[in-house]
Design a protein around this ligand. Structure first.
Ligand SMILES: C[S@@+](CC[C@H](N)C(=O)[O-])C[C@H]1O[C@@H](n2cnc3c(N)ncnc32)[C@H](O)[C@@H]1O
Length: 201
């Protein structure tokens, strides 16, 4: 079942790649910059998408960025010239990464764990590949904890999942903790729906 879902979400993102930059306005460049200012050293970006974070990595970073959608990666490739630091792109599934344990100083994901088919598996991989004293930066939209909005998100979720491959009602903060990641700081935006999480393995 997991494999079929993974293929379905990958197909949707290959299709969405064409209009993703136009459609996605949830996370402002200012917020991306704020999140990425905390990245350092050997960085892994999970689910790089069309490469919207690429211009914001600070000097000193050396970035490896993965995505399972060739369509999204080919858009990201067109943004490589905007990078201030070396960035390499790889096609890879976040749920089963090809990296050894504990090799990255920083692991970054922005708006990714709404769509990874098995988010806990993916987050456990984030935990595994990050150095023991490394940093995990997650900027994610989650299910609202306001009752009516949360219920509305549950009702609308099948449409969002079917059309763009993204769940709007994931409980990502809980999933992060289930995966064994230790949360140090959480900052909330957009009525607490968008969360910037600074954490460690
Ligand atoms: C909503 S987009 C976000 C893209 C980018 N991080 C951003 O902030 O604009 C989600 C991305 O995660 C990727 N993705 C979802 N599940 C994945 C998985 N299992 N492995 C690798 N990439 C995945 C999708 O292909 C897509 O590019």
């Amino acid at each position: 079942m997991d494999e079929a879902t993974t293929e379905k979400i990958k197909r949707l993102y290959n299709r969405t790649a064409v209009y993703y930059d136009w459609m996605d306005r949830m996370v402002s460049p200012k917020l991306r910059k704020k999140a990425l200012s905390q990245a350092y050293g050997k960085v892994l970006e999970v689910g790089v998408g069309t490469g919207k974070n690429i211009p914001y990595y600070p000097e000193g970073c050396e970035v490896t960025a993965i995505d399972f959608s060739p369509g999204m990666l080919s858009k990201a490739m067109k943004k490589l010239h905007l990078a201030k630091v070396p960035v390499s792109l790889l096609e890879m599934d976040a749920q089963e990464m090809d990296f050894p344990d504990g090799i990255f100083d920083t692991v970054v994901a922005t708006c990714v764990f709404c769509s990874v088919p098995n988010p806990i598996k993916g987050l456990k991989e984030v935990h595994r590949v990050c150095k023991a004293n490394g940093r995990i930066i997650l900027l994610e939209h989650v299910r609202s904890n306001r009752r009516m909005i949360g219920v509305l998100m549950d009702i609308l979720n099948p449409i969002s999942l079917h059309v763009v491959g993204s769940n709007i009602n994931r409980r990502t903060l809980e999933n992060i903790q289930i995966a064994g990641i230790k949360v140090d700081e959480v900052e909330e935006f957009l009525g607490k729906i968008v969360k910037l999480v600074i954490a460690r393995p």
